[in-house]
Design a binder for this molecule. Structure first.
Ligand SMILES: [Mg+2]
Length: 334
């Protein structure tokens, strides 16, 4: 059997059970944005790691080394944010082709340092090795949160409102611009920047974790059609999502109309937006939304709700149910 036959998640399913019996009490292993290791009676450590490989996760000739260094750390900070935790320190390992210019690596580290500086996260160690062909970057990151208070994917409850902390689809739009070699207009450049320099929602995650009405949380790395399913499977719930409520930037809307892209598909299946996806108790929604607006000067946006039922997303558009297939959304044919 080839790996492409079972995919990334099929492989993870094969191995995730193997180590479960080795977990000590209150540890959390494979299956969430971060693992959890209890530290003391007041705090837990949360830990995650992420791998970026040239030509798979980034196109070396289209992203500057500074942006690549920044993004390598940003995607990991986003997983710390997704637990409602505070980043503590990072580890960086790089496989470097022999012909790589030292100046390229200096610029990469400058980008990594810039974001480290912003969130006060020191680089604590790592490894460097020669790579035959492709630049390979692995970042590991440690964060901490109040003991037992990390927000897990498994915590969604029926009746919760599904919310996101920012626009969806901009990063996927930027990738479309890059892959189609579109001209570098102001709008196109803005979408590319969303793809290359995502802002991890660390402060938003910390704030949301302090609100008792926020239940499940994760970050949007693969697109909500895939990411929300992780929450639904982990929580044993179903969801209704209204496509019209998904927040879309004016820039993406404009470029999408001009290029004839499928907007619904971009915002649901396009990944790498690194905003947070959370479920909020309905009774607390108004006060949490008001608090979020006061602190962050923008809205926490509700896009759907959690219901009882098998783990699936019921998509709605103009109050009608639609189905997502490989061509995009179709009206539900009953
Ligand atoms: Mg994640």
């Amino acid at each position: 059997m080839k790996i492409h036959e079972i995919g990334e998640f099929g492989f993870i399913d094969r191995i995730s059970g193997m180590f479960r019996h080795l977990l000590l009490p209150d540890f959390l292993g494979i299956g969430d944005d971060c693992a959890i290791i209890p530290y003391n009676e007041k705090e837990d450590y949360v830990i995650t790691t992420d791998l970026l490989i040239e030509d798979i996760h980034f196109l070396k000739h289209r992203i500057t080394p500074g942006q690549l260094g920044y993004k390598s750390l940003a995607v990991n900070l986003s997983d710390i944010a997704a637990m409602g935790a505070e980043p503590v320190g990072s580890f960086l390992s790089i496989g470097i082709p022999a012909e790589t210019e030292v100046e390229y690596l200096d610029a990469l580290m400058e980008g990594y340092h810039k974001l480290s500086q912003k969130y006060k996260v020191p680089l604590l160690g790592g490894d460097t090795t020669k790579s035959k062909k492709y630049l390979t970057i692995n970042v590991g990151i440690v964060g901490k949160c109040r003991r037992g208070k990390a927000l897990l994917r498994s915590m969604a409850q029926s009746g919760d409102i599904v919310c996101v902390t920012g626009f969806l689809g901009d990063s996927a739009g930027g990738l479309e611009v890059l892959l189609n070699n579109l001209p570098e207009t102001k709008d196109n450049l803005q979408l590319i920047l969303s793809h290359h320099l995502p802002e991890p929602h660390v402060k938003e995650g910390l704030w949301l974790a302090k609100q008792s009405g926020v239940h499940a949380m994760m970050d949007v790395s693969d697109g909500i059609s895939s990411d929300l399913m992780h929450i639904l499977k982990a929580s044993g719930k179903s969801a209704v999502v209204e496509l019209d409520k998904i927040p879309v930037s004016d820039t993406l809307r404009k470029v999408t109309v001009a290029k004839g892209w499928d907007l619904d598909k971009l915002v649901t299946c396009g990944g790498e937006d690194y905003v947070l996806l959370c479920t909020v108790e309905a009774g607390s929604l108004a006060s949490i939304k008001a608090g979020f607006k006061t602190v962050f000067s923008r809205d926490l946006i509700q896009i759907g709700r959690i219901i009882e039922g098998e783990s699936r997303i019921n998509w709605m558009k103009n109050s009608q149910q639609v189905v997502l297939n490989k061509h995009g959304f179709d009206h539900f044919s009953v």
